[in-house]
Ligand binder design. Structure first.
Ligand code: FES
Ligand SMILES: [Fe+2]
Length: 341
């Protein structure tokens, strides 16, 4: 039997002109933007960056959800500042142009004598196609992409419940986004790398199951903090469950050698102790720092030329191979991943 190999260094290092094409490819995929608990009330906005694009999620007056590229057609200003806010109208924060819930211009406020010409040109805010699975909102950032939203695992949606966004955190990582994703996708490292986490779960019950567009991890918790279920939705988002809530985790590539690991933490509505999620956030900080340290070390070794292609266990690291297959099937040929050196 041939042991599978890791990807060649060129997939993780600068100088590969495919990086921009890879980013464009990622923007054509459906990604999890947030859970609807980030915008519970009419007029609520939640703005953040993903895959290098500012985006805005908004709850309209009629309760519907909409998402936009967070950019105004006047001169590229923000329709909402990053984070959560509430505004009666969708209104640019730069010079005040106003827009309807579908993105159409209401008024180029204060534009002057050419106001009518602007109305004739009818510039609009770029509304994204979204898809909602039990409160989990997915979107495709490329306005021209026409692919259907992917399925998500049933075990994920059945765990989602009414929840509120309580915190966001961003961890910069000096590694190619795929190194962090590959780390997430295998549990082989838990015992060696995460001493705290390995005490909190029953390691012998850990399972990784790969679906058509996802990998599911499950394990029986040993203590009260972990929910025992984690789902990675290829290519860049994950949902991690705790006892009191869950996190939406987004791996957002910045350059060939850096990415941001972004978390949104949600607390279930019916939890007894409101501060229980604080311990879960603290655990996430520890585990993420450990994962980033390992991925950054691999990046450094690749950059130094002292590591090239390693090995991937079909038994212990199947999620990595499934991600590579997912990307191989979809990436443009000039950025395609390879299995052989
Ligand atoms: S950039 Fe939006 S109103 Fe000017
Ligand atoms: Fe990890």
């Amino acid at each position: 039997m041939t042991v599978a190999r890791t990807q060649p260094p060129s997939q993780y290092l600068p100088g590969r002109d495919g990086h921009l094409r890879e980013l464009r490819f990622l923007r054509r995929q459906w990604v999890v933007l947030a859970h609807e608990g980030a915008v519970p009330e009419p007029g609520d906005n939640f703005a953040f960056d993903i895959l290098g694009c500012p985006v805005l999620l908004r709850r309209e007056d009629d309760g519907d959800l909409s998402a936009f590229l967070n950019v105004c057609p006047h001169r590229g200003g923000p329709l909402a500042w990053p984070g959560q806010s509430n505004t009666r109208l969708l209104q640019c924060r730069y010079h005040g142009w106003t827009f309807q819930g579908d993105g159409r211009l209401i008024e180029p406020v204060g534009f002057g004598r050419e106001r009518r010409d602007i109305h004739c040109a009818a510039p609009s805010a770029h509304r994204l196609r979204i898809d909602c699975h039990d409160g989990l909102i997915m979107a495709c950032l490329n306005l021209e992409a026409d692919g259907a939203p992917p399925p998500v695992p049933a075990a994920l949606t059945t765990r989602l419940a009414t929840a509120s966004l309580v915190a966001t955190e961003i961890f910069p990582a000096e590694c190619n986004w795929k190194l962090y994703a590959e780390n997430w996708l295998e549990a082989y490292h838990i015992q060696s790398l995460h001493h705290g986490l390995s005490n909190d779960i029953q390691g012998e019950t850990y399972r990784v199951d790969c679906g058509p567009a996802w990998a599911e991890h499950s394990a029986k918790p040993a203590k009260g903090t972990y929910g025992g279920y984690w789902a990675f939705l290829y290519p860049v988002t994950a949902i991690n469950f705790f006892t009191d809530g869950f996190s939406v985790e987004q791996i957002s590539p910045l350059t060939e050698t850096s990415c941001a690991v972004q978390y949104q933490f949600y607390r279930f509505k019916d939890v007894e102790r409101e501060d229980g999620i604080d311990a879960e956030i603290a655990l996430t900080r520890t585990v993420t720092a450990e994962d980033i340290a390992a991925a950054e070390h691999v990046q450094k070794s690749l950059a130094a030329g002292i590591f090239e292609q390693g090995f991937v266990s079909k038994d212990r690291e199947p999620g990595i191979l499934a991600l590579h297959d997912f990307l191989k099937e979809r990436l443009p040929s000039d950025t395609r991943l390879r299995n052989e050196p």
